[in-house]
Design a protein around this ligand. Structure first.
Ligand code: NDP
Length: 390
């Protein structure tokens, strides 16, 4: 597709603003914007000025992986954003394209398969590729997207191992593009209020916490990726990442060890965990309990402090996240669409050269916790958690 002058200019601006920040993926930086926080880490620092009028968004987004979350949540949410526009589709199932194209008015020239997607490098309509595929595929798709010179948003959980996460971070840095993780809760208005309570230590020093994230139902089918361990299925990767991430933003602390963990598993070669329970310890000695399941329903994040407590209950549905404090303050359900806020926040961070709320560096820290939980469950021992710096 031929580039118009304005799109060329806009694309060049977006690439230059990232490069100009010069601070991509610097470990050790602590978030300082209203959006940033000590627990989230950062991959860039505010540096470049906002784009001049006419060079600003909306950013063109291509969805990679047209499955349940893409069709049920992300594509509809994109229609509600101010700073993004759904402009491209990338799929391994081209038979899905006609319906998607009709529904979202996507021209043939903006559709790709996984085999043809390298050509997206020359498509000025697309600024961002949003990877929404099974967890074990995230690394390869993110690297491919970064190599095509596009900013990348990647669904949770970021990848299978911290090493894979680092490959994704490195690929984005090499290509001068940015990487955000689809942690929608960190953009949710009530959750952001809870984060502020912790940052302010509004109820005194923290003394404990728990995060439970699970859904009830039958065990995942073994012929579906959610029922396959090597694809990133199972409770801990799928739902447990909400508890791990929730304990991080809820405490604003990085855990130093998994004290103990237990998992119940299906009984076959590629079996996933159906339920996982774990205890984390922080450098100040505080402990926190996490629980996750794909066969039992629970959903809450609770923070205990010296002078009171506060919680989100439920902590992570698409709508209806509500909160309460020990002194009777209630956080009623926010009406805003979480995914729209998430994508607008991330688009603005790209355009303005500011920090992401949930950068790749943060996703990697949570995957390190998940790997330590698995190691603790398998060994029956306490396991130190690595990769929490920065
Ligand atoms: P689905 O199974 O519904 O869809 C996954 C899609 O990925 C498929 O339809 C397919 O799309 C594509 N795909 C690419 N490679 C493969 C492969 N090897 N095997 C199977 N599918 C493949 O999953 P979800 O949409 O529910 O989940 C996708 C991602 O989104 C996961 O990382 C999940 O954790 C995350 N998610 C996040 C949520 C949130 O609230 N933030 C909620 C739900 C999911 P195509 O046919 O187009 O190639």
């Amino acid at each position: 597709m031929a580039e118009s002058n304005s799109t060329t200019t806009r694309r060049r601006f977006l690439r230059q603003s990232v490069a100009a920040s010069g601070l991509l993926f610097v470990p050790g930086l602590i978030g300082c914007s209203p959006a940033g926080n000590a627990a989230s880490g950062t991959d860039t620092a505010p540096a470049s000025p906002p784009p001049a009028e006419g060079q600003s968004g909306p950013l063109g987004v291509a969805i990679l992986g047209l499955g349940g979350y893409a069709s049920g949540q992300i594509a509809p949410a994109l229609q509600l954003t101010e700073h993004c526009k759904l402009r491209g589709l990338i799929t391994g199932s081209p038979e899905k394209l006609p319906e998607w194209q009709r529904k979202y008015d996507i021209p043939d020239g903006n559709t790709y398969t996984y085999d043809t997607m390298d050509g997206i490098a020359d498509n000025a309509d697309i600024d961002v590729i949003y990877v929404i595929t099974p967890t074990a595929t995230h690394r390869d798709f993110v690297v491919q997207a970064a190599n095509a010179g596009k900013h990348v948003w990647c669904e949770k959980p970021m990848a299978m191992t911290p090493e894979e996460c680092q490959e994704m971070i490195d690929a984005c840095a090499r290509n001068g593009v940015r990487l955000a993780i689809g942690y929608r809760m960190m953009h949710e208005p009530n959750t952001r209020k809870l984060i502020e309570l912790t940052k302010e230590r509004a109820y005194g020093a923290l003394t404990g916490a728990h995060a439970y994230a699970g859904y009830g139902g039958s065990p995942p089918a073994t012929d579906y990726w959610r029922g396959q361990r090597d694809m990133g299925g199972g409770a801990l990767y799928d739902m447990g990442v909400y508890s791990v991430n929730g304990l991080r933003y809820g405490t604003q602390m990085a855990p130093e060890a998994v004290v103990k963990a237990t998992q119940t598993r299906q009984d076959h070669a590629n079996a996933v965990d159906l339920t996982t329970e774990y205890t984390l310890r922080y450098p100040d000695g505080m402990t926190a309990e996490g629980k996750t399941s794909v066969v039992t329903n629970y959903n809450e994040l609770h923070i205990e402090a010296e002078d009171g407590w506060y919680e989100m209950d439920p902590m992570q549905p698409y709508t209806g996240v509500t909160g309460e404090t020990s002194d009777g303050k209630l956080l009623g359900p926010a009406v805003a669409n979480q995914q729209s806020i998430q994508m607008d926040d991330d688009a603005l961070a790209i355009m303005n050269g500011t920090e992401f709320i949930a950068p790749g560096t943060l996703g990697k820290k949570d995957i390190a916790v998940i790997r330590a939980i698995i190691e603790s469950a398998e060994s029956g021992r306490e396991v130190a958690i690595e990769h929490q710096e920065g």
